[in-house]
Structures are given as structure tokens and as C-alpha cells.
Design a protein around this ligand. Sequence first.
Ligand SMILES: C[S@@+](CC[C@H](N)C(=O)[O-])C[C@H]1O[C@@H](n2cnc3c(N)ncnc32)[C@H](O)[C@@H]1O
Length: 278
Amino acid sequence: MKENDPPQIGAMPLYTHLDRIERGLAAQGIGPHDPIRPEQLFALDQWHYHGTDAIAAAGRALGLGPRSRVLDIGAGVGGPARFLAHTTGCHVTALELQPELHAVGVDLTRRSGLADRVTHLCGDALVEPLHDAGFDAVVSFLAIVHIPDRPRLFARLARALRHGGACYVEDLCQHRPFAPADWEDARRIVYANSLTSQAAYAEDVKAAGFCDVTVTDLTPDWAPFAAERLAAWRQNRAAYATVHGDGAYRAQELFYSVIARLYDSGSLGGVRLVARRP
Ligand SMILES: C[S@@+](CC[C@H](N)C(=O)[O-])C[C@H]1O[C@@H](n2cnc3c(N)ncnc32)[C@H](O)[C@@H]1O
């Protein structure tokens, strides 16, 4: 990517070197067409904070069970969707923008034996047709920050939920104003298109028609998490690069180091919003 090119989501360091997943499975003795137990993927397919613990907490808060229909916005390679389906028996529609990630997700879900409970959709959450009142819950982990028109997105999510249905989001936000160079990194390395204060985020959710909006500041938890993640990443370089390749190591090192620096500067924050459609 040249300096003046507009940022492209597929070039973001988190979304390159997707073969790191197959390499990680191979290191567990699992071939490219072999079945997979969902647990064997957890270290590879959860692209947010606190891995499956965070997703389990969402499942509990939403009271998900076998009858629940869940929409996951920005599903990545489907880690959260598979975890929820596997642990609660719910049905998840996993909506992902990038065709490459979507294709990996479809393959992993089929090989995990979860294709009857996870439906993958490739599309943009701002335009993908969604059934009115077609879902009991919406979840989204570290994805909405990429999406430029948050008011439109939440208006669509409100319509897609049944009355009384709930939305559970964890995302990045702006904790304090960004210095210009930090802002540039947030745009180009994190592909942040809607970084605002937590208050502005909550206002968008309310304006879309949601009620009972609860906002939890996750910054004090996520900032040290990001620093520890970077330190552990660097310490584990040789072992990671042997399995997944040095390119994959370096791409994520860039991503993790920028994120850690943005928290350190006090500008980046984390937030959880839970809200209900009246
Ligand atoms: C950091 S990843 C998180 C993936 C997943 N939620 C997880 O926690 O493992 C964010 C994902 O959101 C997707 N995304 C970005 N904009 C989107 C949009 N407009 N519609 C659907 N997905 C989108 C990205 O392609 C990326 O896969």
C-alpha cells in the first residue's frame, strides 16, 4: 500500500496471511480436509479481546439457547459464530464483508460439523438484505469500528431484531482525542472508520430506536491486555514463525504494536454496548 492510497481493508495486517489458520491446524496434526473439533480452532479463529471467554459472556448475557436466532456482524472467519452455536445450540447467521475470510469461515464451519447451525453470508452489513424481525439477538465483536455509517447500521440492526430482541457489541472507541499521527495509524493500520467517544456511540444506538442501552468502559481492561499481548507475541516470535511463517508473525506484530501504542497514548479505548429493541 502506498502512502497516499486510500486504506483497503484486505491490506490490514490482521487480514493478510490467512494461511496461518491452516498452518496452525497442521501443527496440531489436522490436514486441510480433515474434520476439526471446534476447540482445536479457538487459538486461531477468535479475533477480539479475551477469546472465547468474551463470547461465552455474550451468550450468557443474551440468554442464548437452541431456539435463538443470532446475527453476527463482521464475523471474520466465524470463530464467535461457531463458539456460540457449539456451546448454546443457537443458530447464527455470520455476516462477513471480505470474500476471502468468508470462504475460510465456510470451510472451517463445515469441517467442524456446525454447518446446520451456522449460516455464512458474504456481504456488507450496510446493504446486505436482512429479514425484518428475523433475529432474537445481534452480536458484533471488534467489527463495527470498520463500518463508516454507524447510524445506518444500527437502524438496520434494530429492524432485523424482533421486538424485545437484544444487541451485544464490543468495539474500539476514542478514549481521548487522537494526535494527527495516531489518527493516521488508526485509519491505515486499524482501518478505523467510526472511532468516536463512548457517549457518541451510545447516542447512535439510541437514535436507531434501541432502549435500555448500557455502556461499559473496557479501556482499563483492554489497554493492559493489548500491552501483554504484544509482549507475549514478541517473546514467542521463533515458535510462531516456525509454524505460521515469518510474514504472518510480522503482520500481526505491526497490528498489535500500533494498537498497544494507541492505548498507551490514551487515545484508544474499548467499549461494550448492550441494548434492546423495544
Ligand atoms: C477484527 S475482525 C473480528 C472478526 C470476528 N468478529 C471475531 O471477533 O473473531 C472484524 C471483521 O469485520 C469485518 N467487516 C468490516 N466491515 C464490514 C461490513 N461492512 N460488513 C460486514 N463485515 C465487515 C471485517 O472484514 C473483519 O472480518
